[in-house]
Design a binder for this molecule. Structure first.
Ligand SMILES: Cc1ncc(C[n+]2csc(CCOP(=O)(O)OP(=O)(O)O)c2C)c(N)n1
Ligand SMILES: [Mg+2]
Length: 673
């Protein structure tokens, strides 16, 4: 690569891009870790994007109508940190650059949305960013249809590497974006032909250009170090009605001894080689120093959007007060005032009617009440709409000719759906929920984890939640999935027992601001167990006494979801034998754990023996079975310790001994009877 020629072709551009390269080298040298090559390779593309196209105001990173910039190749985090420092972002100070990857710094190893306002989404797990971006672009379309182009009109730009495009989730994302003609989505592919193990050729020969075209994208191929080509390509991409991919041919670690090799991917900390690279760039400043003229040129870029934003503020002020309030309410994740009353009314009705329905149906009943009064919900399913019961009548289907539609047919793309839902929620203004079978939590899992880590209140509607789904057999019967979801920090896992608990769970899920929810719902019909109307949301306490012991309390049965019915039957049998038995329904362990000690002890006092009943594995239950009482406590578990089987549900419950009789036997054994 002829660096001298690049320098002389456009010195102004070159110097701005060189600042990114120099800061990257310095920060990674100081941290003695990180990924130098990607920011050094994509500095030209990023410079042109920020200078000429990205609509943003560095002083207001949360301005709702900004363009979104997503660094899908999150390992190249010094690219975004350098950019933010250079444009004058208030959070990313020079100190933050110097403390890259250190404890307490906002400049974490990979970009984290909850640390920096200007980081739209947490990236690092490759492929997530590009899949998030589909949700960002969809949310923009939905918001624009709802509130008008006057106040919603922005693009989503993504920088993705070879790794992002190799990950399977990228295909799910690309297919969705192409199908929905998300014309305001622009992906800039860092086409450097290098990954960690060597060249891309080691493991892939995909023609990416053909692949994107095949999915309905507008595709261009450019020299990623030529500012004019980059500018022209982004201009053309913005005009296209299709989503755009720009294949930017770049050199990883441009200008460094490690250029074009996999060595260039990681931390380039050799001081001599750093000095050589900087000399090649014509960069004579000391470590972490950016010449004043270059810094002020960058700050001008950061201020470029201030006028745009001021005009937007004026336009925003000109729309009706109602519209403004609705727009802000949804962005602030405030539920509509009517939500609480709506849930209460539904609960009252349900308690009176006592329907016997599957909780997936209960969920639909709750959504039918919620969706009309909560216009920001966006529902969907990964090709299981009729099974997940996620669609309600009033939503309309999101499509190229109906951008206001609030229901999305995600296709068979659990991972893509979940990542895109995260992107939607991060975009703001919409509250996404989406369904699949509980066992396919596995397919959605990387995005579920990132929702939790990134504090995104996405709702995962997981139906067919146990062997209770019956004949489809063990491939479809989740056994370990509740445990996996519960093991994830910052996740509410709800397993409601009936329609009342389901409505209560939805209320919590849709008022959460920084915690995702998993709703584990049954395929099979369940009786209403909450037969006394309580206005209070009992599920919000995580667990509560559903039926107390008569006489001396000797046993406590704790159950969730479909097994609450079994616990109530077991209680009847035990009471008939004079064994005082309490039933605790525990729809959400995490919320129960969040209660104060006194409440938890009231619900689960120390004395009685305890048996938990759940048609899943025991892992995670000992906290409640043994608790403070220690390993010797008298407790047992009725559940699964193997995969399920294909048979009618009733037969499976009998076969796996998840029955009232088995529960009674365990209680009696614990009591020495
Ligand atoms: C899901 C996932 N798998 C593996 C990694 C580890 N990893 C980080 S970067 C990288 C190589 C990525 O190659 P590319 O996107 O071409 O980046 P470049 O080397 O060009 O910077 C890998 C395997 C990861 N971050 N995420
Ligand atoms: Mg690469």
């Amino acid at each position: 690569m002829d660096i001298a020629a690049l320098r002389s072709a456009n010195p102004d551009h070159w110097n701005k891009a060189a600042a990114i390269r120099a800061l990257t080298l310095d920060a990674i040298h100081a941290a003695n870790s990180g990924h130098s090559g990607m920011p050094m390779g994509m500095a030209d593309v990023a410079t042109v994007l920020f200078e000429k196209h990205l609509k943003f105001d560095a002083s207001a990173p949360l301005w709702q109508d900004r363009d979104r910039f997503i660094l899908s190749a999150g390992h190249g985090s010094m690219l975004i940190y350098s950019l933010l420092y250079l444009v004058g972002d208030k959070q990313v100070t020079l100190d933050q650059i110097k403390n890259f990857r250190q404890k307490g710094a906002l400049t974490a190893g990979h970009p984290e949305n909850f640390l920096l306002d200007a980081v739209e989404t947490t990236t690092g797990p490759l492929g997530q960013g590009i899949a998030n971006s589909v949700g960002f672009a969809m949310a923009e379309e939905i918001q624009r249809a709802r509130f008008g182009k006057k106040i919603v009109d922005h693009h989503t730009y993504v920088i993705a590497g070879d790794g992002c495009l190799m990950e399977g989730v990228s295909q799910e994302a690309i297919g969705l974006a192409g199908r929905h003609e998300l014309g305001k989505l622009v992906v800039l592919w860092d086409n450097n032909n290098i990954t960690i193990d060597g060249t891309v050729e080691l493991s892939d020969r995909t023609d990416q250009v053909a692949r994107f075209k095949a999915s309905g994208w507008h595709v261009q191929e450019i020299d990623g170090h030529n500012p004019e080509e980059i500018d022209a390509a982004i201009t053309a991409a913005k005009k296209s009605k299709k989503p755009s991919m720009i294949a930017c041919k770049t050199h990883i670690a441009l200008g460094h001894a490690a250029q074009d090799t996999s060595k260039g991917h990681g931390a380039l900390t050799n001081e001599e080689q750093m000095a050589e690279a900087k000399a090649g760039y014509g960069w004579t400043s000391g470590a972490f120093e950016v010449p004043a003229d270059i810094k002020s040129a960058w700050e001008a870029i950061g201020a470029r959007g201030a006028a745009d934003r001021a005009e937007w503020e004026e336009r925003f002020a000109s729309v009706s007060a109602n519209k403004q309030a609705e727009f802000n309410r949804a962005y602030d994740l405030e539920p509509p005032k009517k939500l609480a009353a709506t849930i209460k009314a539904l609960k009252k009705q349900i308690t009176a009617d006592a329907p016997k329905v599957a909780t997936r149906k209960s969920s639909e009943m709750a959504l039918a009440a919620i969706n009309p009064i909560m216009q920001e919900t966006v529902g969907g399913s990964a090709d299981l709409t009729g099974s997940n019961n996620t669609k309600t009548g009033d939503m309309g289907v999101f499509d190229t000719d109906n951008r206001a539609g609030r229901y999305i047919y995600w296709g068979i793309r659990e991972h893509g759906m979940s990542s895109a839902m995260n992107g939607m929620a991060l975009h703001g203004g919409v509250r996404p929920y989406g369904g699949t079978f509980m066992c396919f939590t596995d397919y959605a899992r990387p995005a579920m984890r990132l929702a939790a880590l990134s504090k995104i209140p996405t709702v995962f509607v997981m139906t067919h939640d146990s062997i209770g789904l019956g004949e489809d057999g063990p491939t479809h019967q989740p056994v370990e999935h509740l445990a996996i979801s519960r093991a994830t920090p910052n996740t509410y896992v709800f397993r409601p027992a009936d329609t009342v608990e389901t409505a209560e769970s939805w209320e919590v899920a849709l008022t959460a601001k920084s915690t995702p929810s998993v709703l584990a719902l049954s395929r099979q019909n369940l009786p209403t167990v909450r037969l006394e109307h309580k206005t209070k949301n009992l599920s919000a306490q995580g667990a509560y006494v559903l039926a107390d012991a008569e006489g001396k309390r000797q046993a406590i049965l704790i159950a969730t979801g479909s097994e609450v019915e079994i616990a109530l039957q077991a209680r009847e049998l035990l009471q008939a034998e004079g064994i005082g038995t309490r039933v605790v329904s525990m729809p959400c362990m995490e919320l129960f754990e969040a209660q104060d000690d006194a409440y938890r002890k009231r619900v689960l006092p120390g004395g009685p023996v305890r048996v938990a009943i759940e048609a899943g594995v025991r892992l995670g239950w000992d906290k409640w079975l043994l608790g403070e009482r220690g390993r010797e406590a008298k407790a047992d578990f009725v559940g699964m310790d193997s995969f399920g089987a294909s048979a009618p549900a009733d037969e499976l419950y009998a076969h796996f001994d998840i029955t009232a009789e088995a529960t009674v036997a365990k209680v009696k054994a614990l009591l020495g009877l």
